[in-house]
Design a protein around this ligand. Structure first.
Ligand SMILES: Nc1nc2c(ncn2[C@@H]2O[C@H](COP(=O)(O)OP(=O)(O)OP(=O)(O)O)[C@@H](O)[C@H]2O)c(=O)[nH]1
Length: 343
């Protein structure tokens, strides 16, 4: 009968790790692309500001066979990297249109610049520089892929080791908070939340919900006559016995010392009566390894829709005390109309 509420710290941490990995894999490549684009843009601007003379000096130094300089005009082709970037240049002579074009126009998306081409202070044409952004995009996409893979591996390792340890610790803490250490049953701290959940479900599906409270008869005598350890053993045996005979959809709770509560879902009063009688007989006929038999007194209450936990418990509790007063080893139902004794 596992019971857990709320989102765990481990779940929250896992979410944070996934968000961080996704952000890094997204933001770093975008930043990388932006920085590279600015760098390229700066280089194109620098190149556009070259004078014809400077341009010629650089170009001829690199490709002397391709270049020709006549009457202060630049003609010819440049296929090279200037200022560290591969560029396409279209050089216009004054009023003569394009006189030189370098390579194919870059595929879009591309960056472009236009600047006057000067020769000895005279404008001899227009220098256009442009560069494709595709290599940068490819680089950034590869970086995103790399970061995603590395991030996924790190996140998987984190979830497998530190997070798994945290999850186990959380599980242990939750188990201790929700269970009774002696019997392993749920403890009374969880009943409020359980009842809220199950009564909401019962209202939605028009089902009935019953509460049974039972208490071991003269348990003090067991402790006094056979010792506290023997009393503990009886409590553990009783818990195991009853939990094997209630439905998986029922909740068996150690309510206090030698008192137990069953929150029985999908159970109306007729079914609850049958259950309490079954439990009473079961315990009374079980061999706990003691000279005397162990019996229980029970109280049952079929909760009405809208009843709170407190009302249902006090109804079942009052019925159980009536059973004690009436001689023990018997059960009463809430509001106390009926009772039965050992058959
Ligand atoms: N061994 C053991 N005894 C417990 C534990 N919790 C409560 N008890 C004992 O349960 C006994 C309950 O005694 P009482 O409240 O007088 O009830 P009772 O003797 O069962 O008598 P009735 O309930 O009236 O039938 C006390 O002796 C408690 O010490 C526990 O965890 N282990």
């Amino acid at each position: 009968m596992p019971f857990g509420v709320g989102r765990s710290l481990a779940d929250l941490l896992r979410l944070v790790v996934l968000v961080v990995v996704a952000l890094v894999a997204l933001v770093v490549p975008v930043l990388h692309f932006d920085i590279q684009r600015r760098y390229l843009d700066g280089n194109l601007t620098t190149l556009s500001l070259l004078t014809a003379e400077q341009l010629m000096r650089q170009v001829i130094a690199r490709n002397p066979e391709l270049w020709d300089y006549e009457e202060g005009r630049v003609t010819g082709l440049l296929r090279d990297e200037l200022c560290g970037v591969r560029v396409r240049q279209v050089i216009h002579a004054e009023a003569k249109g394009v006189v030189a074009e370098v390579g194919e126009p870059p595929l879009s998306p591309a960056l472009g610049h236009r600047a006057p081409l000067l020769d000895a202070g005279r404008v001899v044409g227009v220098l256009e520089t442009s560069a494709s952004l595709r290599p940068l995009l490819v680089d950034s996409l590869l970086l995103a892929l790399l970061l995603s893979v590395v991030g996924a591996i790190l996140a998987a390792l984190f979830c497998r080791y530190p997070l798994a340890r945290l999850r186990r610790a959380e599980h242990d803490i939750r188990y201790l908070a929700e269970h009774d250490p002696l019997t392993g049953l749920l403890n009374r701290h969880v009943v409020e939340a359980l009842f809220e959940r199950e009564s909401a479900r019962a209202r939605r599906h028009r089902l009935r919900l019953s509460i049974i409270i039972f208490d071991i008869d003269h348990f003090k005598r067991v402790n006094d006559q056979h010792g506290h350890d023997c009393g503990d053993r009886v409590l553990r045996q009783l818990a195991g016995l009853v939990s094997r005979h209630v439905r998986a959809s029922d909740y068996l709770v150690r309510w206090g010392g030698e008192e137990f509560l069953v929150l029985s879902t999908h159970t109306d009063l007729a079914m609850a009566r049958a259950l309490v009688e079954k439990l009473r007989r079961l315990v009374a006929s079980h061999d706990f390894g003691l000279p005397q038999s162990v019996t229980i007194s029970l109280g049952v209450c079929a909760c009405s829709p809208g009843d709170g936990l407190e009302r249902c418990v006090s109804c079942a509790d009052a019925a159980m005390y009536r059973a004690k007063r009436a001689g023990r080893n018997r059960w009463f139902e809430g509001e106390g109309e009926d009772s039965t004794t050992e058959g």
